[in-house]
Design a binder for this molecule. Sequence first.
Ligand code: 5GP
Ligand code: MG
Ligand code: MG
Length: 183
Amino acid sequence: MDAADVEGDLVEILFTEAEIQDKLAEMAARIRADYEGEDLLLVGVLRGAVMVMADLSRALDRHLEMDWMAVSSYGSGTKSSGVVRILKDLDTDISGRNVLIVDEIIDTGLTLSWLVSNLSSRNPRSVRVATLLRKPEAGKVDLDVAYVGWDIPDEFVVGYGLDFAERYRNLRDVGTLAPHVYS
Ligand code: 5GP
Ligand code: MG
Ligand code: MG
């Protein structure tokens, strides 16, 4: 399978590689200003946030540390339930640290609101959330998201870390899948 075949499975490209990089540069400028002169620990949520973490951390262009968590969110079908299990915890003691959780998309927001309260209980100096994409349903949950790339409609997107059955994460763009992929 070559890259062209993967991109060929998209029916519509929502955000190109260049648009994503521009957006991350904007977000990075805000984050840099907000944390100027302060400690910063980025916490990426595996696996989807890998691409955002790689590009946002380099766009930040300042001293920072990175750590990772893997969580599974049980739910019926494709929706989160808010019942979260930690599959891989942080290797870092976050007490006294400024934690910025980095994610690629927020749908119901249940996973992240659980993660924010879990990390907040570890006595960090601060906990904030940055996400590239956010869907409308996230507004229903009590979750303060400090940095959002784009608000998008409620449709299933892939690429740039986002998967369908673990594929398409390596697409450079974000888009919607063609119907033939599902069938
Ligand atoms: P929630 O915010 O509902 O707790 O869960 C968010 C997680 O669901 C994301 O980290 C991602 O793994 C998955 N997800 C939500 N919406 C989409 C989508 O449109 N496309 C893909 N590929 N994953 C999604
Ligand atoms: Mg994620
Ligand atoms: Mg997934």
